[in-house]
Design a protein around this ligand. Structure first.
Ligand SMILES: [Zn+2]
Length: 500
């Protein structure tokens, strides 16, 4: 069965909370609209706007009753905005994910057909547990013979300066803490650990930064990790790709092969589900896979993939933690400075383009295949260099910086969430909090929560196709050596799992 989830910005959440938490302590009810965001294996409802009740459209009597008139008006408003409908109510004084009472179930089920007919989309039901602001959600769809089907969501995600997730323990059990994670749990407690390790995280780019980040997430105990990269290991990567070995370059191993191997060795969860994808995020399949995740790390330096990630952080409400490094040299080749930066790309913060971490002009050049054309670059006078200097002792700082953003955003030490964009200058060892603001006409940020109606930035990615082909087109000798290498890996994995 397909997984389902609900996501909203903290601004929408606050508007809903104001409607649902009453001063007199009684239950209340309201409607909202949502846009679908459809991944390969997950359907997400992205809440878009509140549809407040008009006088007489709901009855408060300890419990709350919604009228058919309100549902019909809400469904028509949703349909006009190409949205689905959400029916929300509160459970005063309750905490954690809520199960449904028989009257709640009957009420939501009774409107599923009507809402499906008017909006063309399933009705989403939600409950707010007011004591700890936990959300729960389910999807009511209409099956064969107009029978109503209820699918309980896996989680509800609220995206602000802190990333709050409520989990449905019945759909995704909290994993048992392991002795291997004792020091980690001592840092933020077992409840936070049970929350963190269930978040589905994607790392885009398995280069010097992405590989390091991916392995550390596995060591932290995360249970559902995906890494995406279409490139393979070459000899010139080995001075920065810590974990990759000479044999990986000789056997032309995909970078995701190395990432999986190293993450499997580092993983501390009893069951760590590691998925790999040789797609590019710029290809439609890569984007659809990304939409299955709760959080994404952007560890790529090319403009096109960064543009896709920048867009989906807003359109699909999946926060993207991004970072990079630039090393400057003097004309003679000596080092001048190194600057690395990190930031969380999410609604409420300026996008990569507004904070000048992405040049839309270069995206067009890359899509046209002109970014690697040295003759064109020389004529156009572009500053992008396809081969940037980078060194292992410094790339670890980028990984450290984006992982620190990850901890602040997800754990919020002392109540502080992510710090905003940070930039570190090596020559003076100065850490700067950057204060860029949104440009008045930013289309990326304006497309917040549009989901499947996002602007299409994906397409045919010739470089990804070429790299996959090169990695596949190896001779019989390399194939045999890969088999032997896989057997050795198999033994190592078996030894690691022995006694578990
Ligand atoms: Zn922007």
């Amino acid at each position: 069965m397909r997984r389902t989830s609900v996501a909203m910005t903290v601004a929408i959440e606050e508007a809903l909370v104001r409607r649902l938490i009453r001063e007199d302590g009684q239950e209340d009810v309201c409607l909202a609209t949502y846009r679908p965001s459809t991944g390969l294996s997950r359907f997400s409802a992205l809440i878009r706007a509140v549809v407040p009740p008009e006088p007489g459209e709901r009855l408060i009597h300890g419990n709350a009753t919604v009228t058919a008139d309100y549902i019909l008006r809400g469904a028509e408003a949703a349909q006009e905005d190409k949205c689905g409908l959400v029916l929300l109510h509160s459970h005063p004084g309750a905490s954690h994910w809520q199960t449904m009472s028989a009257p709640d179930r009957d009420c939501e089920a009774s409107y599923a057909n009507l809402v499906r007919e008017v909006t063309g989309l399933p009705l989403v039901g939600m409950t707010l547990a007011t004591a700890d602001r936990s959300w729960s959600a389910r999807l009511w769809d209409v099956g064969v013979g107009r029978a109503v089907d209820c699918t309980h969501s896996t989680n509800v995600r609220v995206i602000g300066g802190k990333f709050a997730v409520t989990w449905n323990d019945a759909v995704q059990l909290p994993p048992q803490p392991s002795i291997r994670q004792t020091r980690t749990i001592n840092a933020w407690g077992d409840r936070k650990q049970a929350d963190l390790v269930r978040r589905r995280v994607l790392v885009v780019g398995a280069g010097s930064v992405g590989l390091d980040v991916f392995v550390r997430l596995a060591a932290t105990g995360l249970c559902n990790l995906t890494v995406m990269d279409y490139d393979f290991v070459e000899a010139h990567n080995l001075d920065r790709l810590i974990g990759a070995e000479r044999r990986d370059a000789r056997l032309r191993r995909p970078k995701i092969h190395v990432a999986r191997r190293e993450a499997m060795r580092a993983a501390t969860a009893a069951r760590c589900n590691i998925e790999v994808s040789d797609r590019s995020i710029c290809e439609p399949e890569g984007l659809r896979l990304a939409l299955d995740h709760d959080l994404i790390f952007s560890c790529v330096d090319r403009p096109w993939p960064r543009a896709v990630l920048n867009s989906l952080a807003y359109s699909d409400l999946i926060p993207v933690i991004d970072g990079g490094i630039a090393i400057d040299t003097f004309d003679g080749g000596e080092m001048r400075n190194a600057t690395w930066r990190s930031h969380v790309v999410r609604p409420g913060r300026p996008c990569m383009s507004c904070n000048r971490q992405l040049d839309p002009g270069l995206v067009v050049l890359e899509r046209q295949g002109l970014l690697d054309d040295s003759a064109y670059i020389q004529i156009a006078g572009e500053s992008f260099r396809s081969v940037n200097p980078n060194v292992a002792p410094l790339s670890v700082n980028v990984a450290a910086s984006i992982l620190a953003q990850y901890v602040s955003f997800n754990v919020a030490p002392a109540g502080f969430g992510e710090p905003g964009p940070l930039q570190y200058s090596l020559s003076t060892h100065h850490l700067e909090h950057r204060h860029d603001s949104t440009s008045p006409h930013c289309a990326t940020e304006a497309a917040e929560g549009v989901g499947d109606q996002r602007v299409c930035l994906t397409g045919l990615h010739k470089d990804a196709e070429r790299k996959r082909q090169l990695s596949d087109s190896v001779g019989a000798r390399v194939r045999l050596l890969r088999l032997i290498d896989d057997r050795i890996d198999g033994v190592t994995t078996w030894l690691n799992l022995l006694g578990d």
